[in-house]
Design a protein around this ligand. Sequence first.
Ligand code: ATP
Ligand code: MG
Length: 654
Amino acid sequence: MSGETLSNLLSEGRRFPPPAALAAEANVTAEAYERAAADGEAFWAAAADRLDWAAPWTQVRDWSDPPFARWFVGGRLNAAYNCVDRHVEAGNGERVAFHWEGEPGDTRTLTYADLKDEVSRAANALLALGVQAGDRIAIYMPMIPETVVAMLACARIGAPHTVVFGGFSADALRGRILDCDAHVVITADGGYRKGAASALKPAVDEAVAQCPDVRSVLVVRRTGQDVAWTEGRDVWWHELVAAQYAEHEPEAFDAEHPLYIMYTSGTTARPKGILHTTGGYLTQAAWSHWAVFDVKPDRDVYWTAADIGWVTGHSYIVYGPLANGVTSVLYEGTPDTPHQGRWWEIVQKYGVTILYCAPTAIRTFMKWGEEIPERFDLSSLRLLGSVGEPINPEAWVWYRQAIGGDRCPVVDTWWQTETGAQMISPLPGVSTCKPGSALRPLPGISAEVVDDAGNPVPNGSGGYLVLTQPWPSMLRTIWGDEQRYIDTYWSRFPGYYFAGDGAKKDEDGDIWLLGRVDDVMNVSGHRISTTEVESALVSHPYVAEAAVVGAADPTTGQGIVAFVILRGAGERAAATAQGDDLAKELRSHVAKEIGPIARPRQLLVVAELPKTRSGKIMRRLLRDIAENRALGDVTTLTDSTVMDAIREGLPSGA
Ligand code: ATP
Ligand code: MG
């Protein structure tokens, strides 16, 4: 990315040092941080001691056959035992593991002792269905406690799970079941979304009709809606699981035993089955959750407001928080059901202290207006986190102020399905935060920003983000496709893991993520990042959210086309009154903030943007629209009607 277009984010001058009280009690202090950076292997060996091992490892990491890594070689452990039983054995069985809140307002409380019984029963049920260690199990569920129980039951018997978003189609589900050859599917009749029961079982029936190897479908009754039933294949959870003993002796598995396969969301290409194994994954999920969120298991109420079907749900709803013995909130539904203050009502009700969510949610709340969170008592919050996309500085500041009462640090955490756990992030008791920057690699992690030739760029410049050393929770391969693993991640820059994201280092050497390399625009030979133009738009008082794409342009190569969503009702009214002048003003605003080269060729006000279930904007679909093409694969879109609405709103010729 050329120098002059980098100036916009780099000129962000606001700084937020850690609150003194938090820093004084922080899990990771400045001094520990310095020490950790010195020796990666010793650091991770100490982090692994957070877990209970049935047999010790003999080697911290084996990188003798890159890019195939092994961590904690020879060690044996059981992930479910580490997430559940050991807390009960330590006398914390009565601690709440989950405050679960159903969308219609029904609730359940599960203690660690409850969870141990449920997971043991479910493990026995899977054994009764003939599941053996190593068999894959597909999970297609709403956000209910049984989803966590099902995952842990799989882990307990060594059967890798693959959780598929409840919002995905039968086709998407079938593709994933076939790709990993799962023989058992765990699902529910349905779940609640946007105020209504939404069915899941019909999609399973449709998918499984063409998966001859699926022999059992275990069905949780959540909504009570009618379901079709295939005798001999379908089994009710409440019949099979409830009939089992609440005792199950967990077996220890090799540190490299597969824990799960997670298909990437498909923002850019055909989904890849990312394989995670047990010892290294759990070590880094647990350590990062403890350090980045500064969790105090006896006091905090932690909430990752994301779907379990996304890697964030795996590492920071299930494995990280449970390995640390923390109390969490689990919420089934959407943020605006039955009203736009639902999240804040939940924070107030359970006294949530730490909240972790995606920038897309934050920008949605900005759009709804800050008078909504203002109606609730959010004083329990002490720390906020963001994940999933670059967070625009304006959204970061809004999050800190409107939600965090201007007292909570905001940690912007960069990582991927492939990395398994957080990689680049502030530490709340150590780092002085900069809105929009993920700052530095965490202890034990080595990241760099390199140019086309793979050389580190100087401070103040941009390039490609790479990871220069293996890390414990790294993906081990793409399921069934080693060549694709090598080609996708390890070939662009030999010896380095290529993340696929653009980034830059500021004058202090801190890292700013610039979005996907595939999304970078090329205007008259200038490489311009989508993130930068979008952040410029969001810095205008009328704009809550923006997506920009480069569309083929006969004179400039690509021209920038911007889609924007307006903020709060008052701003929307004022903006509407301006009519056509608004687009002009916003385009000029970008030119002023970044430079005339970044002025969007075209700007469209829309009501919604196309997103994946994890909240990422699917720019490739907007590019299809901007270039007047038929839409590409839409199977991983949350709401497929969004694209029709955008197309209808387009002026002719767009
Ligand atoms: P696919 O690879 O199929 O497109 P995906 O990349 O959307 O799927 P994830 O693994 O959930 O699926 O997303 C990881 C990506 O999300 C990162 O590569 C990066 O582009 C973006 N991302 C995540 N967290 C941050 C963050 N804090 N700042 C900037 N970008 C982030
Ligand atoms: Mg990705």
